[in-house]
Design a binder for this molecule. Structure first.
Ligand code: GTP
Ligand code: MG
Length: 249
């Protein structure tokens, strides 16, 4: 078993709550309402993972499985410029963009297949200067939710989602990579899915995701990140900000 890596979020409180950062060889689930910042955190981690360990990164590249077409290269550029300012080092946004491998997933089956493609790429890059050390699935659940409607299909959906998560966990183990998945929750009770405080995917996701983070909006650019049901860390809350420069304290 390889040594677990820790990836900085760029927010000190957040890192501390996570015991130093997002852990490799584990799935970290971020859930919350639309616009709470899940995709923003994902973008920031795609940048940070490329930093050397001395700067909180894992010196690696990233695969993003983008199911909602929300990846924005311009946002990466802004965040890299933000980091340049923060560290007093002139980073090249183009270099960072080269190490972000984005794959659009058109439906849930395609999404499942893309984990295989990600593994192939990670195998190719294993001994390179930028091995894949982060896998992002944003959103994990949107396609599943859209495709599996009606009570008759619930068990089927859970079974597929469960297998998908299994594949994703395996990726994390195999490549000593961090894995981030996002899951939108509704603001109001939903007739079909029930309790809005429980993310879609329900119990199965609850057991598989090692770290579960509930993100909610606060004042201005502030966000509250809550660590829920972690196996080895105390539950806690952290306040982060999302600004032009990216994630911060
Ligand atoms: P869903 O995918 O709809 O569930 O939402 P999400 O949780 O992924 O939200 P997302 O990460 O897209 O957050 C959107 C919010 O991030 C916006 O409302 C802004 O507050 C903030 N944001 C997005 N882009 C920028 C930016 O370029 N600059 C700044 N300062 N804030 C941004
Ligand atoms: Mg999003």
């Amino acid at each position: 078993r390889k040594l677990v890596g820790k990836l900085t979020t760029g927010c000190e409180e957040f890192d501390e709550m996570m015991g130093g950062g997002i852990e490799s060889q584990s799935i970290t689930e971020m859930y919350g309402e639309f616009g709470c910042g899940k995709t923003q955190v994902a973008h920031q981690l795609a940048v940070n993972v490329q930093l050397p360990p001395e700067q909180g990164g894992l010196g690696g590249s990233v695969v993003i499985i983008d199911t909602e077409n929300t990846f924005r290269p311009e946002r990466i550029e802004q965040m890299v410029r933000g980091l340049s300012e923060k560290h007093g080092i002139e980073y090249d946004p183009e270099e960072f963009l080269k190490n972000i491998h984005v794959a659009r997933a058109y439906n849930s089956n395609h999404q499942i297949l893309l984990v295989e493609s990600a593994s192939e790429l990670a195998n190719e890059l294993k001994d390179s200067e930028m091995p894949v050390r982060l896998l992002i699935v944003d959103s994990l659940t949107a396609h599943f939710r859209a495709e599996y409607i009606g009570r008759g299909t619930l068990a089927d959906r859970q079974q597929k989602l469960n297998k998908h998560l299994h594949d994703i966990q395996r990726f994390g183990d195999l490549f000593n990579a961090c894995v981030i998945v996002t899951n939108q929750v509704m603001s109001k009770p939903d007739a079909f899915f029930g309790d809005p405080t429980k993310p879609i995917g329900g119990h199965i996701l609850g057991h598989t995701a090692t770290f579960r983070l509930y993100i909610r909006k606060s004042k201005g650019d502030k966000r509250i990140v809550k660590l829920v049901d972690s196996p080895n860390l105390p539950d806690g809350e952290a306040i982060m900000s999302i600004t032009t420069e990216g994630l911060g304290d």
